[in-house]
Design a protein around this ligand. Structure first.
Ligand SMILES: C[S@@+](CC[C@H](N)C(=O)[O-])C[C@H]1O[C@@H](n2cnc3c(N)ncnc32)[C@H](O)[C@@H]1O
Length: 361
């Protein structure tokens, strides 16, 4: 394997020099995930976990950065690919890091060990690893998952979403929010089976992937509470009205008379904890993009209604699009809440009903 050295954050990394960024690479390394790993570093600085497991390590980029730049007591890096493990060992050595490295199938490792923080960063969907990760997580531990199968989660391949996430997906103008909420709903539902209530600490959609960090508390009461936010989405493709509903409250038609399309089950609660975001921002001074992202995510947690793509809203009225900031100011001016969203520069998150939005155009 031909390798070259790079530096990510403050950590030196040997990576394969010939890469296509596909799962066929000898060892997988994706430079576009640097922001994702920056966030892991700052999040571990806030949470200070004891035993951290980088379950699917690749080159070891995440686990080694967390060890070198974050705040953790013990880091275990694992990968089933022997070439990856060879590289992880070299990378640990050149950074003088004292870590545990294993070459195991993820499920068998999780069946034998327990961790305070488990990071699941697979190719595609995380579903094959979530169940065993839930069982290997200490009470009040943190589970982090990445999903790169955005086409399944966002409604392009609805049958794939049914198969993997046991959820109906829908291709809406806020498709990436539906995708993130479907992923959150899935992990939370798996937790419920073990009386583990997963509360999203921070989650986001960036480029081609979703990422979510959950705190898992063993508590039936907390599980029952979270059931309230495992709901269905009703969307009207005619007037763009949208809202959440329990299964027994689903409506056939929108107020405009058009039939509702449904998605779910998905998570309708907050997808990040505002206080946690503030803590993470204090530890993210080294990443301008990271700060911007966490700030946007923090700012949109008071409104859980899915965001509007303002281009679509103007298009429905046959009008040219005006800046998002103008609409936000108009809605604030008539007493509604309105903010930007990290999901899209054309996104408007508001508690105003769709009729009110049309009125201010
Ligand atoms: C997307 S890559 C991980 C990237 C890495 N976390 C990073 O930040 O650079 C997924 C890794 O999971 C490993 N893998 C896939 N299935 C596995 C399994 N069942 N058990 C252990 N490792 C597995 C692959 O060899 C690959 O290195």
């Amino acid at each position: 394997m031909e390798i070259k050295e790079i530096t990510e954050g403050e950590t030196r990394l040997l990576i394969p020099s010939k890469r296509k960024i596909t799962k066929k690479d000898v060892v997988f390394y994706n430079p576009h995930m640097e922001l994702n790993r920056d966030l892991s570093v700052s999040i571990t600085r806030v949470l200070k976990p004891g035993r951290f497991c980088d379950l699917l390590s690749g080159t070891g980029a995440r686990g080694l950065r967390v060890c070198a730049e974050g705040r953790v007591k013990h880091v275990l890096l694992n990968d089933a690919n022997p070439n990856a493990v060879e590289l992880i060992k070299k990378n640990a050595e050149i950074n003088n890091l004292d870590v545990e490295i294993t070459n195991r199938e993820a499920g068998s490792l999780l069946a034998e060990e327990r961790f305070d923080f488990i990071d699941v960063d697979p190719f595609g969907p995380p579903v094959a690893f979530v169940d065993s990760a839930v069982r290997a997580l200490e009470n009040n531990g943190v589970l982090a998952v990445t999903a790169t199968d955005t086409s399944a989660l966002c409604g392009t391949y609805p049958r794939a979403c049914r198969r993997k996430y046991d959820s109906l997906s829908l291709r809406t103008d806020y498709y990436n929010e539906v995708g993130l909420r479907t992923l959150l709903g899935y992990v939370i539902r798996v937790g419920l089976g073990y009386n583990v209530s997963f509360r999203p600490l921070f989650s986001h959609c960036t480029r081609h992937y979703f990422r979510a960090y959950f705190r898992g508390e063993r508590s039936r009461r907390a599980c029952n509470e979270s059931l309230k936010h495992l709901v269905y989405l009703q969307h009207c493709f005619s007037c763009l009205n949208r809202g959440y509903s329990s299964l027994d409250g689903l409506l056939e038609r929108c107020e405009c008379g058009h039939e509702f399309a449904n998605a779910g089950p998905l998570w309708s609660g907050v997808f990040a904890d505002k206080e946690f975001c503030s803590g993470v921002m204090k530890e993210l001074g080294f990443s301008e993009k990271g700060l911007e992202l966490v700030d946007l995510v923090r700012g949109e947690q008071d409104i859980t209604n899915p965001y509007y793509n303002i281009h679509r809203v103007f298009h429905k009225r046959g009008m040219p699009t005006r800046p998002t900031s103008e609409l936000i100011d108009s809605l604030l001016g008539i007493g509604f809440r309105a903010v930007r969203t990290h999901f899209s520069g054309l996104g408007l998150r508001t508690d105003a009903p769709v009729k009110e939005i049309y009125d201010i155009l």
